[in-house]
Design a protein around this ligand. Structure first.
Ligand SMILES: [Zn+2]
Length: 128
């Protein structure tokens, strides 16, 4: 059992980061009343469909220097922060509580973070 815990922890933190990406997508699309499923993720400026490198949480942002690889328009520093925070929620909950119930608490924290971020995005859209 002990051998698999670090792998499982790494996997769960990755899940947290990927959920962070999804939070960014939701915060970007929900205020515009766009579908979360279609179209596939694309650059807002040039419309280029994002590939696997672009979609890597945090790492994709760093590899691209925070800009679209095609049109060089800035992605916004907020998106890797949202992803990192979601990953950190998971990491901290597991470090604090162990895999069980840390993973569940971590998911709960990520969900709250998602609600906060999308809620703020909706409000900003309404105010604009
Ligand atoms: Zn672009």
């Amino acid at each position: 059992m002990a051998g698999i815990a670090p792998l499982l922890t790494a996997y769960l933190i990755l899940v947290g980061l990927i959920l962070g990406s999804f939070i960014n997508l939701a915060a970007d699309r929900l205020p515009r009343r766009e579908s979360l499923m279609r179209p596939r993720s694309h650059c807002r400026s040039c419309g280029r469909q994002l590939n696997a490198v672009d979609l890597l949480p945090v790492l994709g942002y760093m590899l691209r220097g925070g800009r679209c690889a095609t049109c060089r328009s800035p992605i916004g520093a907020f998106s890797p922060v949202v992803e990192l925070t979601a990953g950190a929620c998971m990491a901290l909950a597991i470090a604090w509580l162990g895999l069980w119930p840390g993973a569940v608490i971590g998911l709960g924290l990520v969900a709250l973070w998602g609600l906060a971020v999308t809620g703020l995005a909706m409000r900003r859209r309404l105010a604009a």
